[in-house]
Design a protein around this ligand. Structure first.
Ligand code: ZN
Length: 447
């Protein structure tokens, strides 16, 4: 019994000891916490990181051109109305993630010239889930009220904050192999903002001994403080909506740009300069490892994996991008779908040359027409009576029968089906009139 009490005490101490300093990102502390409940997981994460690192150095044009799409569910766990962020804030956060992971954010113009050549486009898209794990239609935002006024504690305990992932206090993860789960809650402690977010990095290196290091699927995902989610969040803390970009970076296997150590410790990314510690200001002249290495470039305060305010964060490097993509294709293989986008200019040229005969001529026969190039689907209902009041609905299923899209059509002879842009692959469609099937077939989208 004494032995058990001692081990509980040691476990408690090991969980709380690392968190004496307040860190805005709990990534490193979270790895320690996961280690305490899953011995071996830290080593597994290191091995996982190194395997992806080796892969990230093998660049091929094709591997960089594909777009990876990840479906996301936001769990808004609130105690007061203030925590219960609006749909607008959530969708603006998603847009910022998409901009930063495709390097289309407007502030890329602020990347300094010395770093422009190494800036990278991750080619990763995030879409709100349209179906929950049971196949029920959803907007990808779950709202759960909690009796807890806040999830933070002093000193910070990630065992306490992780309660946001339990039904008793928060919202349980959706299948973490299929969805990126992002929990939003109050991470403050006694009214103080310290921890702004943390994430679960990939694990799963081949032939790893034992199974304990894998037993945490229910915790996978990202946790964010409600004050830093979305653009123009009324609380407006300095790191703002770029915090989510940082935490998703950890989820996809990136480390802090200063390597969580001094100038002798690296983040293993060859295109990020050394840094002695986290930067929390936008000072462009800072070069914290200059004395250790006189040819060192200034600290990359633009990098999302630093602690700098969001207004000066605007880039990942090419190797960081390659590392995240390698992690996806080796360790998070079920979380994304992939397609190779066709540049709009190529589609326009093909249409001009008459090679791409899509959309088809207006007077096409009854049926459903799709273009694998443009991801468009058109429905022709044929000759319709002028006062037709029937209800036409089209549904798209995966080959396994899961509904992925449903649209009620207007009573027009010929029309496009909206909302198909996120779908890539082979689908079964079913067209119904007043509930009765009138057509069924296959469409292939997005290649
Ligand atoms: Zn971090």
């Amino acid at each position: 019994m004494l032995k058990q009490l001692l081990s509980i005490l040691i476990l408690f101490l090991s969980i709380s000891a690392f968190s004496q300093e307040v860190e805005q990102c709990g990534h490193t502390a979270y790895m320690e916490y996961l280690e305490s409940i899953n011995p071996g997981i830290k080593q597994n994460m290191d091995a996982t990181f190194k395997q992806a690192l080796a892969q990230s150095k093998i660049k091929t044009k094709t591997s960089q051109d594909t777009i990876h799409t990840i479906q996301v569910v936001f769990h808004i766990v609130y105690n007061t109305a203030q925590h219960n962020l609006s749909d607008d804030l959530i969708t603006s956060q998603l847009r910022v993630l998409n901009e930063c992971y495709t390097r289309t954010n407007p502030d890329t113009i602020n990347t300094r010239d010395i770093f422009k050549p190494v800036a990278g486009d991750a080619g990763i898209r995030f879409v709100l889930a349209t179906r929950d794990p049971s196949g029920i239609t959803t907007n990808g935002i779950v709202r759960v009220q909690t009796a807890l006024t806040a999830f933070g504690s002093s000193p910070t305990s990630l065992a306490m904050t992780d309660r946001v992932k339990q039904t008793a206090y928060g919202s349980e993860a959706w299948d973490t192999d299929k969805y990126l789960n992002i929990w939003v809650c109050d991470l403050s402690s006694r009214g103080r903002d310290g921890l702004l977010g943390y994430a679960y990095p990939p694990t799963g290196v081949d032939n790893w001994p034992g199974t304990s290091s894998f037993a945490t699927a229910d915790k996978q995902g990202v946790v964010l403080h409600y004050k830093i989610v979305g653009e123009n969040n009324p609380s407006s803390l300095a790191t703002g909506e770029k915090t989510a970009v940082h935490e998703v970076g950890h989820y996809l296997g990136l480390r802090h740009i200063w390597g969580d150590g001094g100038c002798t410790v690296d983040d293993y990314m060859e295109d990020t300069p050394l840094a002695s510690a986290a930067n929390q200001n936008c000072y462009p002249s800072i070069n914290s490892c200059y004395s250790a290495q006189p040819d060192d470039l200034p600290d990359m305060i633009e990098n999302y994996m630093d602690y700098t305010p969001g207004k000066c964060q605007n880039m990942f490097t090419q190797q960081q991008v390659a590392q995240m993509r390698a992690n996806l294709t080796i360790f998070r293989t079920t979380i994304f779908s992939t397609y190779i986008p066709v540049p709009p200019a190529v589609i326009a040229t093909l249409r001009k040359l008459g090679i791409l005969n899509f959309p088809p001529p207006i007077k096409c026969p009854f049926g459903v027409f799709s273009s694998t190039l443009t991801n468009e689907v058109f429905v022709s209902l044929g000759e319709l009576p002028e006062d037709d009041a029937s209800q036409y609905v089209i549904k798209f299923f995966t080959p396994l029968g899961q509904v992925v899209h449903e649209a009620t059509l207007s009573n027009e002879a010929y029309q496009a089906v909206n909302g198909m842009t996120g779908l890539h692959g082979a689908f079964i469609y079913q067209l119904t009139k007043n509930g009765d099937e009138i057509a069924k077939g296959k469409v292939v989208l997005g290649f």
